[in-house]
Design a protein around this ligand. Structure first.
Ligand SMILES: *Cc1c(COP(=O)(O)O)cnc(C)c1O
Length: 468
């Protein structure tokens, strides 16, 4: 037996490294809710420890895990706690995390039923659950991908297939050379991943017909031209800055009547439809053809968890299809036909566990909680001279500005330096803004109040130390 094989058998048997990982992970959780949200300068400097040439010798396994914990853990961004408000990054539901931990030992690969019956079964079950949560057409299918970037890619690839098929053109065989044209229409504030995907699929960004948006970032329904079955219309459930929702009821029904393809980027916003008090925001989404949504944002599953939902199974499968003589297909679910990848980790397991644990009542409470904490931010910041709220806080996003772009930029830097919370900046209607995204189940009223205090002290510091 080779030395390395013998060694690894022993490690599997002893399990010291697994116990260490669990022990370190447990300590990490304990510290996560109070610690500095962003790593300290020192922790970041210590990352130099990792700079070494590729080792030649086999290491002590315990040492590998200990060093990873020692230098890695302090250099993480604590987003499982309650005061990370950057991008739209979710925390993690404990049961989802635990399911991921268990499934780590299973190390399943999920292209086909035959490679992992458990993963295929959970994909089938969760597909039905998601359809009922979002009230989507019965024929809708789901593919489990890494995030909404890929989900958008899948939805638009299905649209490309169907819209060209409508004109007697097989994109898979013939490609775009000499193809009939398709119109692509999107709101001016469509997410960057949508734009990227349009480029990647060969439509060309110059060919997007951008429609003006209103003061909340919603596509102006009155400016959308006459649609037809050669048109792809991309809408947003959750503007990435303001969290606003396009007017689906005014748009989707009309689009369906003429067989245009509507894709909804609902990365974080689609979950509003699971909340009694917020579902009015998504009225009409059921008339669209494809929907992209994340588990890892609003729902707080572990990363990476994205979902493509599509009511045209043939278009989705045809656009992502692969074949090969060695494939073992079954009458059951072969996950690779719903995604661009073949080998995939079984991310469905933690999505299933999160949904199973929360139930619809838990989802309702979790998502509504994000909205309520965002409203709290709005209320508390409005009371402080020097901060202005620029959006209607319809969902979980708050857009804030200071008196000038320069002050806003410096306040963001100062808040980040304080490390009580973490917020990023963005540009909104040509203004520099602070962008708050409440996306963690763990955010408490106290977390918001503490964070607002940090906003205030940052503003005082910036405006006190300089004359603007
Ligand atoms: C985050 C986000 C995406 C991209 O999703 P990933 O999961 O990061 O790939 C797309 N659209 C919107 C609106 C988003 O917020």
């Amino acid at each position: 037996m080779a030395f390395i094989q013998e060694k690894m058998f022993a490690e599997m048997q002893e399990k010291t490294i697994f116990k260490k990982s669990l022990e370190f992970g447990s300590k990490y959780i304990d510290a996560s809710f109070d610690r500095n949200v962003y790593p300290t300068e020192e922790a970041i400097q210590n990352l130099d420890w990792f700079n070494e040439l590729m080792p030649t010798e086999t290491a002590n396994p315990v040492d590998v895990i200990e060093k990873l914990n020692q230098y890695g853990s302090p250099a993480t961004v604590s987003q499982i706690g309650g005061r990370y408000f950057g991008f739209v990054n979710g925390s993690v539901v404990p049961t989802g995390l635990a399911a991921k931990l268990l499934s780590t030992f299973w190390d399943q690969n999920t292209p086909m039923y035959v490679t992992s019956p458990i993963a295929a079964q959970l994909e089938n079950v969760v597909q039905e659950w998601l359809k009922s949560i979002f009230k989507l057409p019965l024929e809708t299918v789901a593919g489990f991908v890494s995030g909404s970037s890929t989900a958008n890619l899948c939805g638009l690839a299905a649209a490309r297939f169907r819209l060209l098929q409508n004109q007697g053109w097989d994109i898979n065989q013939k490609g775009f050379y000499h193809a009939p044209s398709i119109r692509v229409i999107a709101g001016k504030e469509a997410h960057s991943t949508v734009i990227k995907t349009i480029g990647l699929l060969g439509f060309g960004n110059d060919n997007i017909q951008f429609i003006d948006t209103d003061e909340q970032g919603r596509i102006r329904a009155d400016l959308i031209p006459e649609l037809d079955n050669k048109t792809l219309l991309i809408l947003a459930a959750g503007n990435v800055n303001s969290g606003s929702f396009d007017n689906f009821s005014a748009i989707c029904h009309k689009a369906k009547a003429v067989n245009a393809w509507v894709h909804i980027d609902g990365a974080f916003g689609l979950w509003a439809s699971a909340v009694k008090k917020l579902k009015y925001l998504t009225t009409g989404i059921e008339y669209a053809n494809s929907w992209a949504v994340d588990g890892h944002k609003t729902l707080n599953t572990p990363y990476d968890s994205g979902i493509i939902l599509c009511s045209d199974k043939e278009a989705l499968m045809s656009s992502l299809h692969m074949s090969g003589g060695y494939l073992v297909l079954s009458d059951d679910r072969d996950g690779m036909f719903y995604t661009p990848e073949m080998s995939r980790r079984a991310r469905i397991i933690e999505l299933w566990a999160t949904l199973k644990y929360l139930g619809t009542s838990g989802i309702d409470q979790l998502v509504l909680g994000l909205h309520q904490r965002a409203k709290q931010f709005e209320a508390e910041l409005s009371n402080i001279q020097g901060f202005t709220i620029l959006n209607d806080v319809a969902f979980n996003q708050v857009v804030v500005s200071c008196a000038t772009d320069e002050i806003t930029t410096q306040v963001i830097q100062e808040i980040q330096r304080e490390r009580v919370c973490w917020v990023g900046g963005s540009t909104w209607k040509s203004k520099k803004v602070i962008r708050i995204s409440v996306c963690s189940w763990a955010t408490t009223e106290q977390d918001v109040t503490l964070s607002v205090k940090s906003f205030k002290s940052a503003l005082d510091k910036v405006t006190g130390k300089k004359d603007f």
